[in-house]
Design a protein around this ligand. Structure first.
Ligand code: IPM
Ligand code: MG
Length: 362
């Protein structure tokens, strides 16, 4: 099979981690008899440097023409990077939000799994994580606070900022359906997270999620307030199967969930629309502090590439081969610095890619 993949290496550690994911994709293709054709696309700071804007129409066109897009990370250090002297709508992150919107990538899947080999890297106590955990955060990605109107104006001589939070029932229904569909393939439990004790958008969220739940009698639905969810994630992460939530809450909770897996460098993600197309990226950021040092953890990007094979190309066996190779390498004790603990062998970004390749088998 021929796989047409758009590649956005991006900023910071992006180029390093994407190079390793491509290495693993090429090895997997070789083993299983496929062919990856890559089209390099510019976005974020790298695009600002060349085009003056974080995302061009040409990049959008080429992304749409690909079967899937693999992405590294976007953005730099706001304290020193000239990109942050630009107005907010021209900064690197604006490119990321625009591509999500243009490609209608409303469903963001972020699986947070505790590998038994990484228990030492998990900051939670042994008794809390005894049985491990495996949850899927389903984050709505094209609505809410991220895409509402915003402005900063002077009201009666006082600087005042507005960020609008809007959801309509259709936006809620389509992400809820995705959440329940995924739950049906897992442990059949959905925890819908909102702030219905305060926000109207959350009250509508809850109502629509309940309507959708009626079509999935096998799935157990529970509602949880977002502040309580933040607490439950560190108190008893094993209680979660699918966490279904809106854009901003999902952004925050997925960083928290990633840390309890040991490192944000382990958290993959897929952003999907209602076709087979998807954009696959690690959930972590561009980590400008460690960029270019060859020490970033490429595993989240490699696992995102596995999600790409599964969701955009229906290549389940190939995806499993990558996931298995990652756990083999962890079992052998190989670690990048972010997940290093005593008795293991510390290696760099590209050695990690090589090791994972060496464990890919049909
Ligand atoms: C993420 C990131 C982005 C987000 C930033 C870079 C705009 O934190 O993908 O979680 O907030 O969605
Ligand atoms: Mg985030």
């Amino acid at each position: 099979m021929k796989l047409n993949i758009g590649v956005i290496k991006g900023d910071g550690i992006g180029p390093e981690i994407v190079t390793e994911a491509m290495k693993v994709l090429d090895k997997t293709s070789e083993v299983f008899g496929h062919q990856c054709c890559y089209t390099q696309l510019l976005m974020g700071g790298a695009s600002i440097d060349v085009n003056g804007v974080p995302l061009t129409d040409e990049t959008i066109r080429l992304a749409k023409a690909s079967d899937a897009v693999l992405m590294g990370s976007i953005g730099g250090d706001a304290r020193v990077s000239p990109w942050y002297q630009l107005e907010p709508s021209k900064r690197p992150e604006a490119g990321l939000l625009k591509i999500r919107k243009e490609l209608n990538l409303f469903a963001n899947l972020r699986p947070a799994i505790l590998y038994s080999e990484l228990k030492d890297a998990c900051p939670l106590k042994e008794e809390i994580i005894a049985d491990g955990f495996d949850m899927m955060i389903m984050r709505e990605l094209t609505g809410g606070l991220y895409f509402g109107e915003r402005k900063t104006i002077e009201v009666d001589g006082v600087m005042t900022a507005y960020d609008e939070l809007t959801y309509n029932e259709n936006e809620i229904r389509r992400i809820a359906k995705r959440g329940f569909d995924i739950a049906m393939k897992r442990r059949k439990k959905v925890t819908s997270v909102d702030k219905a004790n305060v926000l109207d958008s959350s009250r509508l969220w809850r109502k629509v999620v309940e309507e959708v739940a009626a079509d999935y009698p096998e799935v157990v639905l529970e509602h949880m307030l977002v502040d309580n969810c933040a607490m439950q994630l560190v108190k008893d992460p094993a209680q979660f199967d699918v966490i279904l939530t809106e854009n901003m809450f999902g952004d925050i909770l997925s960083d928290e969930a990633s840390m309890v897996t040991g490192s944000i460098g382990m958290l993959a993600s897929a952003s999907l629309n209602d076709t087979k197309f998807g954009l696959y990226e690690p959930s972590g950021g561009s980590a400008p502090d460690i960029a270019g040092k060859g020490i970033a953890n490429p595993i989240a990007t490699i696992l995102s590439a596995a999600m790409m094979l599964r969701f955009s190309f229906d290549l389940d066996k190939e995806a499993e081969a990558i996931e298995l190779a990652v756990s083999q390498v962890l079992k052998e004790g190989y670690r990048t610095s972010d997940i290093m603990s005593g008795g293991n062998i510390q290696i760099g970004t590209s050695e990690m890619g090589d090791k994972i390749c060496s464990y890919i088998h049909a």
